[in-house]
Design a protein around this ligand. Structure first.
Ligand SMILES: Cc1ncc(COP(=O)(O)O)c(C=O)c1O
Length: 375
């Protein structure tokens, strides 16, 4: 059996006609960028999340850039960001001239560790970026309390968590500003890059809105109040997302069913395999990540069974070659470095057939029994 990690053709299968119509209608209209479909998507995301402001952008990385700029990040400003994350949560800080202060992570979830966060705050710190990855969330209550005690802003990187809920609030609405990415692999995947910023903060919302489109105010064209960006969303992307949002909760429910099946099947495999099988919040299963002691052997075992896997992420961020100028050493972030050596994602997507799920479960269990037979 071949079990792919993602299956894009299956994901878009029921939308062929819709996509054809969207591309044809918008491609032959006068309205290509930031027009009625973008406005409709922004309204629908406001309704879905309860956010006061929603600002659609070209991708999640540009959303992070805009938010950090709006928060005043630049030379002389420090931003606290997790040592285990996707590159954007740190590269955007550096590209604006700020300094990333890496924070180690929780050993089970791999998300920002509030104790290390508190220890790392510098006098120049202005922003904290708690990030939610895979299907788990950072401890937002603890992080938000630390932020407010120290007069820091919270940029919640909820790029992969649209629909997750903690303490009765949507992921993305637990800090000062949040964002969701619509990169095709994401739970609400589009037909190209895209993202949206959400906030209840009027001042930050207005600034993000202006920075997205060259610092203009939407009233006086070609009058630029700030040096902004072209980080706008295309109408085709927005129109498809509006369409797909209507069945998003159904897609999440299917992801959640697969995630729960995996949780149940793998909950007793420690110490060979560790999963986060219970949380105090409603999870969105973007990817399903296991921590495996013998990751290379595990990956090879699944490969031989025809099961594709991914490594999210092979290196702790401070040890990425691109950050060598920060002079971090191996051992500076022991938890993040350990997780980077152990974490591996197995297939999980809404259209995944039941027989593939069962086959993945059986293969993982078989690996553990083979390992146990040799100890
Ligand atoms: C946690 C996180 N933040 C930000 C991004 C950036 O989003 P985009 O790919 O839309 O630029 C990603 C993308 O994978 C991500 O996983």
């Amino acid at each position: 059996m071949k079990v792919p990690f993602f299956n894009y053709p299956a994901r878009y299968a029921e939308d062929h006609e819709t996509i054809k119509n969207i591309v044809y209608q918008i491609g032959t209209s006068d309205d290509f960028i930031l027009k009625e479909n973008v406005l409709e998507l922004e309204e629908k995301i406001r309704n879905y999340t309860g956010a006061k402001h929603a600002i659609a952008t070209s991708n999640g990385t540009s959303a992070l850039t805009i938010i950090l700029r709006a928060m005043g990040v630049g030379p002389g400003v420090d931003v606290l960001t997790p040592a285990f994350s996707f590159i954007s949560t740190a590269s955007t800080i550096v590209l604006l001239g700020g300094r990333p202060i890496f924070v180690d992570v929780d050993p089970l979830t791999g998300m920002m560790d509030p104790c290390d966060l508190e220890a790392k705050i510098t006098p120049q710190s202005k922003v904290i970026i708690p990030t939610h990855l895979f299907s788990v969330m950072a401890d937002m209550s603890a992080i938000y309390n630390i932020a407010k005690k120290n007069h820091l802003l919270v940029l919640e990187d909820s790029a992969v968590s649209l629909g997750a809920r903690m303490n009765g609030k949507m992921a993305g609405m637990l800090g000062d500003v949040g964002l969701y990415s619509f990169f095709p692999a994401k739970p609400l995947g589009g037909i190209g890059d895209g993202a949206i910023i959400v906030t209840n903060n009027d001042e930050l919302g207005k600034m993000c809105w202006m920075l997205r489109n060259h610092g203009q105010d939407g009233i006086n064209r070609f009058v630029h109040h700030h040096l902004g960006y072209n980080h706008r969303m295309d109408e085709t992307v927005a129109a498809y997302l509006v369409h797909k949002l209507s069945r998003y909760d159904q897609l999440l429910a299917r992801r959640s069913k697969i995630g729960s099946d995996y949780n149940e099947a793998f909950k007793d495999l420690y110490p060979q395999i560790q999963v986060v099988n219970e949380t105090a919040y409603d999870r969105v299963y973007y990817t399903y990540v296991l921590q495996v002691e013998n990751r290379d052997n595990f990956r090879q075992f699944l490969h031989e069974k025809g099961i594709e896997t991914q490594i999210y992420y092979p290196l702790a961020l401070p040890l990425q070659p691109a950050f060598s100028f920060l002079k971090h050493q191996e051992g500076d972030f022991p938890v993040a470095e350990g997780i980077a050596k152990r974490s591996i994602a197995i297939p999980l997507y809404a259209e995944m057939p039941d027989e593939h799920i069962e086959y993945v479960v059986q293969s993982v269990l078989q690996f553990v029994s083979v390992v146990n037979a040799h100890v």
